[in-house]
Write a protein that binds this ligand. Sequence first.
Ligand code: BES
Ligand code: ZN
Ligand code: ZN
Length: 483
Amino acid sequence: MIDVVAGSDIREASGDVAVAPVFQDMVWGPGATDLVEVMGDWVESYLRDQDFNGKVGQIAILPGGDALPYGRVMFVGIGKEIDAEGLRRVSGIAGTTTTKFDQVVTTLHQIGIDDAAELVTVGFLLGQYRFNKYQSEADLVKTSRLVLAGWNGEVGSVAAGQAIASSVYLARDLVNEPAVAKPPVVLAEKAEEIARSHGLTIQVYDECEIEAEGFGGLKGVSLGADNPPRMVVLRYEPDGATRKVAFVGKGIVFDSGGLSIKPASGMENMKTDMSGAAAVFGALQAVAKLGLSVNVIGVTPLTENMSGGSAVRPGDVLRARNGKTMEVLNTDAEGRLVLADGLSLAAEEDPDLIIDVATLTGAAVVALGPKIAGLFTADDDVSDTVLAAAGRAGEQIWRLPLESGYRQFIDSDVADLRNASTERYGGAITAALFLSEFVGDRPWAHLDIAGPARANKAEHYLAKGGTGFAVRTLIEIARAYSS
Ligand code: BES
Ligand code: ZN
Ligand code: ZN
């Protein structure tokens, strides 16, 4: 990942491109005034000719000229006024359009909002993210340095921004990786590497231990796959921390649907069905890098959902870690089966808060579309905490009802629960109700990220593909619980 450093004033710094903000109707933002003063009056009319007037997200790239120490000058429109997420987004646009330049210098952090340096760092770095390891003629990111011109260390922490961005990179890389390259064993090794390099403790349950420890949901879902499952538990336990939060992530490395097989169209996107687990890995890495004062435990049940000769069948009954039995009606509703074990395990730790993150239902995408995650919790305080954290993180989350009147739709004739609702509609709610059976009386919230875990097209700081959604919200939740 590229370096982000403080530099001298925009007039004295030097680099391959200078990036400065312009408010709507061509009101020069910080740094732009200085650049235009040196460049000359032609700039304004030139920009107007290019239909640039400072509307949010507009960009214009001009030659720097002899008088400036930059080969290029890039103006970014930031609209009439800008908030924290707006700054992240325009910084993302700056990042995504400057990957060809080695040294990028900016004044975006001088915009006059709290934590601007962190926001610019996160947005810029995320905007530069590319997943191109399998492309022989990839457009490589050439940027080695982002210089925050005239930054005196007073408008937020670049180091925090880098920690957050690198954790989102980690999650995106794991999500974008083809399923063939990330069987549960490989993801568990990756978690071991994260643990080693960040001082986390880790426990990995292999297939025998999964069976012996009563993780019957995970075991059941794994039956149709040749790749063995793993249950990974990461722990961040700094000295002096008093509170404990547990993050649980759905880790289906590929969801074929199992015997209730999915249609061929779009099945390739089901390599992203481990986005919840990836978010938990990213969050655990970040809380360690940030050195937060809170105990964080990450639980990720990892398996593939396949339809091999030993696959779990409709009608089969599985017993979860907490003893509850689950009738499998649809093998494609596998996420709740593995999360049953993950949540049970998390609840045994008596945390102050449990958050699970899962690409759980198509119904959540129907309800909220591709950009917004669904939040389910019975606890208004937990809801406030999660929504506030998501707001600070710039991730869109909307609360949906955990309607107890729908609980009857997951009553089974033969077991404690059925994994698919008897009702056609409300599938995100019945899935959440199912999960609620495994958290005991612990404060808990469920995030259904089936929509926002993946972007269908590039936009501001998002590249097409895995987004790393929820990493930043989980970090903000941990920050809120940090003493
Ligand atoms: N992984 C899917 C949910 C999903 C759908 C994620 C679209 C991302 C995009 C999940 O395992 C699934 O297949 N759920 C079923 C449940 C149903 C069979 C009760 C669904 O939502 O259709
Ligand atoms: Zn499924
Ligand atoms: Zn799934």
